[in-house]
Design a protein around this ligand. Structure first.
Ligand code: PEP
Ligand code: MG
Length: 757
């Protein structure tokens, strides 16, 4: 059975379009179950009917012409209840609706199973027999299994049609929404430019070379051409992103060095392979090793290698470079957008990015946020290969792509974009005003940073401090751990730029989805594994070097705070404090005039919520990492687009945990802040202020929006709203209540919609 299933799925997968896929399904299923009829009905939403799309056994003329209104007949019943119906004699069932012109009067037994993709019923797969007998359990199970597997393929084929503006049964359709996750907020309308890898490494035959030396020389000359390309991309990015981010290209170029990939290829050529084959072999081996790693950061390195080697292959194949034409409003689309692809588009033409793979943590999303380009990641159902040249709407607020947009939809988004621009201009006036409610309650708005460019942008937005400097980001962009001196330089730059304002530096938070390429962590459950403080306590040499660098960098400025991530028990804080004190003493003994900084812990695990009071006793401040706290409380991977709808910081459990943290920290007289994405959501910020958070730390791009909302509301209204939502038991209801309160306070529509969930 399993073999049959596999073979049908494989054949359907290889079909060129929806109709051929359906034709294969009906013919193969009829054969496998030895039935007289197999048919597929698909729901055409535009006409709200189930259309007979393919059949073996019913009259051919009926296909594409016969349909049942939604809810009509046995097919409608299967779809409505999303459950199979198995009948000995269909005509005796009260819902039976005789379909004239199909010839179905000959067939008595009926088994229909729903075709379900992402909870919605796409259609119904039906088998029928002349003989009056129920299909047996094994047949029913086979059809259910097959239908579940085929649903994705059918959805993909339907989506491909939708991009062309055609519904399953051939009607005109528009505004097809493809969900993903937000990589960078903002809306954009533009024309898609789809980039494919330069040359296909999987299609290279293995051949032998006649002249090894000449082949090596040719390979090296191609390598040099790619090096030059990368250097010119590097300089194209000058002025657009910070030097640190541009270093990504240096990492690229170094991958080609003699002691890295380049050498391995040369060794294979020496063994007699032609250059293309040698390159493909080495590249594929590295790619499959990286891809096999259960770690999003490392599997993304596979993308870098693929991209880089494809560039070399391009020259090996003696191809001339075809300059990609970019539209004035380019929306760049690729299966896996790499930072190099991003750099190739002229900045003034680039309006948005769509990456089918990847998450909000991918390099490219980090770059996009820095450059302020609306971005949607993880649009797994988008048939992106069909999109080139097509007009699309990109909604980076919701993390959605809309293809084949109607005039009305376009008008709506044009309005959003105009409002967006006006809003940004209007907010600039708030830069130097305090964040104070109408009834004079003062809240402090700080920023989250990772790169120097964030710092500049933050100061520009009137940030009052840094609540989270993600020190792992400069670590991620290197090929080895930065030395203590290199770290000193990075930290000093941030501390100086912000002085005398406070800079909260988090100790290295790697693991989970943030693995260093040079320090791979392979685990079955990385989010529950060796992460954050767990790694650095096990490597006191890494921890101590970082603390030394931070402390030395703060000399004379004294605006440093140190923060510990992923704390799950008091012992971790005790051990970390011992190491920090030891590092401090060592510096003092060496004559460095450093002040001992305030130290705080992050509350981002449910266990820490329950221990806030004990933890608060040990440190100077508490800061909630609501991104991880939400992920762990709700058991929802924060990067997985499939379960993204379950991830909500407005979940009552999250709100109640947050309130508990504030109360416990205040009971110990400690300052309490929050530095997850939630703090940058204007609606959530109102609740957080009412809960009693002293500091809200967010992305610089959301700071003025939050300030504007908090200045237009009173603490009294915020507290009433909080009282009201704390009684509610559903995240959606809470979100709506918050939206309503903002609406009543006259808050702009776009400020209400910049959501984090
Ligand atoms: C958090 O978890 O909320 C947080 C701020 O840390 P990060 O997003 O870097 O994990
Ligand atoms: Mg975290």
């Amino acid at each position: 059975m399993l073999d049959r299933l596999r073979s049908i799925v494989q054949k359907v997968n290889a079909a060129k379009d929806l109709q051929s896929a359906l034709d294969i399904i009906v013919s193969k299923v009829r054969e496998a179950l030895d039935t007289q009829v197999c048919s597929v009905f698909l729901l055409d939403k535009d006409i709200n009917a189930h259309v007979l799309m393919a059949s073996e056994g019913l009259k051919k003329e009926a296909v594409g012409h016969v349909s049942l209104e939604a809810g009509e007949g046995l097919v409608g019943l299967v779809a409505k209840h999303a459950e199979p119906i198995n009948l000995q004699d269909a005509s005796l069932h009260p819902s039976f609706h005789y379909l004239k012109d199909t010839g179905e009067e000959l067939f008595h037994s009926f088994l229909g199973v729903p075709i379900i993709h992402h909870r919605s019923v796409l259609g119904v797969l039906v088998v029928q027999h002349e003989e009056r007998r129920r299909f047996d359990e094994a047949e029913e199970a086979f059809l259910i299994t097959l239908s579940a597997q085929l649903a994705g393929v059918i959805a993909h084929a339907e989506a491909t049609g939708a991009i062309e503006g055609i519904s399953p049964s051939g009607h005109k359709t528009s505004d097809t929404v493809f969900p993903g996750v937000s990589g960078s907020s903002g809306a954009a309308i533009g024309q898609a430019v789809v980039l494919f890898p330069h040359a296909d490494l999987r299609q290279i035959p293995q051949r032998r070379t006649q002249d090894v030396d000449k082949e090596i020389e040719f390979f090296n000359s191609c390598l040099e051409l790619v090096r030059q390309d990368m250097r010119s991309l590097h300089s194209k990015l000058a002025g657009q992103v910070a030097e640190e981010e541009r270093q990504l290209f240096d990492v690229y170029v170094r991958m080609l060095d003699d002691d890295a990939l380049g050498n391995e290829v040369v060794q294979r050529i020496k063994m007699g392979s032609w250059a293309q084959g040698a390159l493909a072999y080495v590249a594929n081996e590295h790619v499959s090793n990286f891809e096999a790693m259960n770690d999003p950061y490392l599997s993304e390195r596979a993308i870098d290698i693929k991209d880089l080697c494809a560039r070399v292959l391009f020259y090996l194949q003696n191809k001339v470079t075809i300059e990609t034409e970019y539209y004035e409003n380019t929306i760049l689309v690729s299966e896996e957008i790499t930072p190099a692809m991003l750099a190739e588009v002229p900045k003034d033409k680039l309006k948005g990015l769509i990456s089918v793979k990847g998450s909000g943590n991918s390099h490219v999303a980090i770059l996009a946020r820095t450059m302020g380009i609306p971005t949607v990641m993880g649009t797994v159902d988008l048939p992106y290969t069909q999109l080139h040249g097509k007009k699309v709407i990109l909604d980076g607020y919701k993390g959605e792509v809309i293809t084949n947009p109607s005039e009305q939809m376009l008008a709506r988004y044009f309005e959003t974009i105009t409002e967006q621009d006006q809003l940004t201009k209007g907010l600039e006036g708030l830069k130097d005003l305090p964040c104070e409610t109408a009834d004079h309650h003062r809240v402090h708005l700080w920023v989250n940073t990772g790169l120097m460019s964030d710092v500049m942008h933050s100061l520009d937005q009137g940030a009052e401090g840094i609540g989270l400097f993600r020190t792992e980001i400069p670590f991620l962009l290197r090929e080895r751990f930065p030395s203590e001196q290199e770290q000193y330089d990075i930290y000093r730059e941030q501390l100086e730029a912000f002085s005398p304002k406070v800079v909260t530096m988090r100790t290295l938070d790697i693991g989970g989805d943030k693995s260093l390429p040079y320090f791979p962590i392979e685990e079955a459950n990385p989010f529950l594994g060796w992460r954050g403080i767990r790694v650095t306590l096990d490597h006191p040499e890494i921890f101590t070097a970082q603390i030394h660098a931070m402390l030395r960098a703060s000399v004379g400025l004294e605006n440093l705070q140190i923060m510990l991530p992923m704390i799950s028990n008091v012992n971790e804080v005790t051990s970390a404090m011992q190491l920090i004190k030891k590092a401090y003493r060592e510096l003092i003994q060496n004559g460095v005039k450093v002040k001992f900084p305030p130290v705080g812990v992050m509350i981002e695990l449910p266990a820490a919520v329950y221990q806030t009071r004990a933890l608060a006793k040990m440190v100077d401040f508490i800061s909630v990492g609501s991104n991880d706290l939400t992920q762990y409380l709700l058991a929802v991977d924060r990067n997985n687009s499939r379960v993204a709808h379950l991830y909500s910081a407005f979940h009552p459990a999250v709100l109640s945990a947050l309130q508990q943290v504030v109360t416990q920290a205040q009971a110990e007289g400690k300052l309490v802040s929050i530095c997850g994405e939630m703090a940058g959501d204007p609606g959530a910020a109102v609740l957080l202020m009412a809960m009693g958070f002293d500091v809200l730390s967010m992305n610089a791009s959301t700071l003025l929006k939050v300030k504007s909302v908090l200045r237009s509301i009173t603490m009294e209204v915020a507290q009433d709203l909080l009282d009201q939502v704390m009684e509610m038991d559903d995240a959606q209801m809470i979100r709506s209540a918050v939206d309503m309160a903002l609406y009543n306070a006259g808050v702009d529509r776009l400020l209400r919609s910049s959501r984090t969930n």
